[in-house]
Write a protein that binds this ligand. Sequence first.
Ligand code: FUB
Length: 297
Amino acid sequence: MSAEQRHPRYFADPALTCFDGRFYLYPTTDGLADWSSTSFRVLVSDDLMNWVDEGEILNLDTDVAWADRFAWAPAATARNGNYYFYFSADDNIGAAVSTSPRGPFIDSGLPIVERGAHAGRAIDPSVFTDDDGTAYLLWGNGVAHVARLNPDMLSIDPTTVTSWEHPTFREAAHLHRRGTRYYLTWSENDTRDAEYRVRWADGPSPTGPWNDRGVLLEQSPARGIFATGHHSILRLPDSDDWVIAYHRFAIPDGDGYRREIAIEPLHYSSDGDLEPVAPRIASIRLTAPSLPITLDT
Ligand code: FUB
């Protein structure tokens, strides 16, 4: 394993979650040619501002029998005292379980979504649990898919797969709910492109139909911020305060393989629309080369 993987300075594809009042961020380890990481880590915070890299939680070389490259874009959730971790590995999606959000996670033994089983690429899982307890897995590149997770949380019900195509849909589908409204958010363009950005749609159910509402978060050349995409959205505990975690080219000298994670507040208008997010240098940054820190004011 390279030094960059043992002591990473760059992270991307943030899945920000909260378990029992503590924040956990599951990213892709970045800073490697062609996104060639083979393991996953977790970062932990009590306040969203100060983060500690708690190390490796799953390694494709030693913990996964069916794939050994391209450890990308994970997601995590909790159910019945267990923690479930979903991850991209060589254009398949894996599922793993642990009794702790800090892992180690035990792989289920088979991809939960196999390469080629559905249109587009099998990457970029995210997980959404509706108010009635039904859990859904989303994934895709080129085509977005959503399916119900079975009660074991390690498999999907293939009869429930719903697919969505849109000219702007590239990858990183994410679903959240506020009140009776569902919000689908995703990344448009290529992560190496300065115009990589987040769009949003709303709809009446976890499977739409989706009404494209435009760009939610995009680059700010005037501020030297580029390629703002692959996000997750989280409601803070016991509040109606929301945040969006996303990645961008690391500042000042990043690119599509050296990305940093930022966290910004996310606001709704009085009629429930998502308000555009203006990326700031002074957001919470999990940034190279000074991890683990990170309030840049
Ligand atoms: O980090 C590797 C890939 O880049 C992810 O799977 C995509 O979403 C893009 O961020």
